[in-house]
Design a protein around this ligand. Structure first.
Ligand code: UDP
Length: 139
């Protein structure tokens, strides 16, 4: 992917609490186009593969259990400077540090249950998008 795509997930709590519509509305109103979208429920093993980069970190096991506890939404988004602009829209990883008006400030429950994922680089956006979507599913 060039620098115009990013990958996001709406995490289990935000999905279960019925915030998906409001979050997708914020994403679209910020100028992102939805290029692929699906609802999925990961196994713990699949969450472990997705977050393999964090496998040495102390929160890895809990994070994998958390991300597989219920359905999520996975989506590929398009916009100029998508990765950077989306990280701004979602706010800091820890919602206590997230700026007012950001998705995490509005919808995160905790550091772990922080409502949404956003890729941290163009390279990871491509890898993460391909984890969930086939070439056929990417418009
Ligand atoms: N996380 C956690 N405890 C921590 C740090 C992170 O549970 O101390 C979770 C949190 O859900 C976060 C995810 O692990 O979104 C991935 O962490 P990362 O540092 O990559 O943050 P992100 O890129 O999602 O902001």
């Amino acid at each position: 992917m060039a620098n115009n795509k990013t990958f996001t997930m709406i995490k289990p709590d935000a999905f279960a609490d019925g915030h998906s519509g409001a979050i997708l509305k914020m994403i679209e109103e910020a100028g992102f186009k939805i290029k692929a979208l699906k609802t999925v429920k990961l196994t713990t093993e699949e969450a472990g593969q997705f977050y393999a980069v964090h496998s040495e970190r102390p929160f890895y096991g809990e994070l994998c259990a958390y991300m597989s506890k219920g359905p999520i939404i996975a989506a590929i988004l398009e916009k100029d400077n998508a990765v950077k602009d989306f990280r701004e829209l979602i706010g800091a990883t820890n919602p206590a540090e997230a700026a007012e008006g950001t998705i995490r400030k509005l919808y995160a429950k905790s550091l772990e249950a922080n409502a949404v994922h956003g890729s941290d680089s163009d390279e990871n956006a491509a890898i993460e998008g391909s984890f969930f979507f086939s070439e056929l599913e990417k418009i």
